[in-house]
Design a protein around this ligand. Sequence first.
Ligand code: PAF
Length: 300
Amino acid sequence: MTLPDLPTLVDTRAELAAYLEAARGRGRVGFVPTMGALHEGHASLMRTARDRVGRGPVVVSIFVNPLQFGAGEDLDRYPRTLDADLEVCGREGVDVVFAPAVTEVYPSWPAQPQVTVAPGPLADVLEGRTRPGHFAGVLTVVAKLFGLVRPDVAVFGQKDYQQLALIRQMTADLCLGVEVVGAETCRDPDGLALSSRNRYLSADERASALALSRALCAAQGAAADGSEAARAAAVAVLAEASGVDLDYLAVTAPDLGDLAPGATGEARVLVAARVGTTRLIDNLPLTLGPSGSAPSGEDH
Ligand code: PAF
């Protein structure tokens, strides 16, 4: 058996810049920002990046960004698995992995950086209501990483749907000149959306967590009867589930805005819940109204 080549690993801005200066000549630069603990979902983002840039360099960053974790969240126990992550990147033909220390990204750390990105009102709903400051942390690090990598294309998962919407908005509003691609959520065969946090779940908790994807599918099944019916169907599934502490279940417009009463057409159903000590999120597209049914793909 031949092992895949490991990608080049760099941990400083200077090394990354030197690597990319030489590599940019090969074509467009693809970028997959991650916090590590890589799984098949991340691997699929890397494949999407490779498809978009052909022979151009694909960069993966691995950085557990302290700025996006609130007090009492899982920053300290977030899984750090660099050796295994490098193997995933090697299998997917990633060219370079940027895995900086916190002070390489935030030189003043542990003092907060003075300039951060203000994400605007979209960051105050859904995830933002439970996790104040989270999206300011996400957008700040993504803006910094975009500045360091200067990618042509960056790929993010649709599982973090609100994050993806905010990154698209920041990229457009701040004229960052990066094509942002949203890749479909990868799931285990029983429907559980892949997440680095799934490794916190015990076997019983994992079984409970399946209620999230079942609820979203129930919403899809009821979407023909409108948004209220879709929401009620999902809530009914979650009410029956044991060990699931619901944070929110929302049916929104595709841009996460409110739906008008009786709205038809494209929409999104999003859920967040705590299972044991683990907070999980998931979402699916809906088509509301008489022709409503499960849309063929997740990608909208
Ligand atoms: O989705 C993630 O893994 C993180 O929020 C991101 C985009 C890498 C920023 O830290």
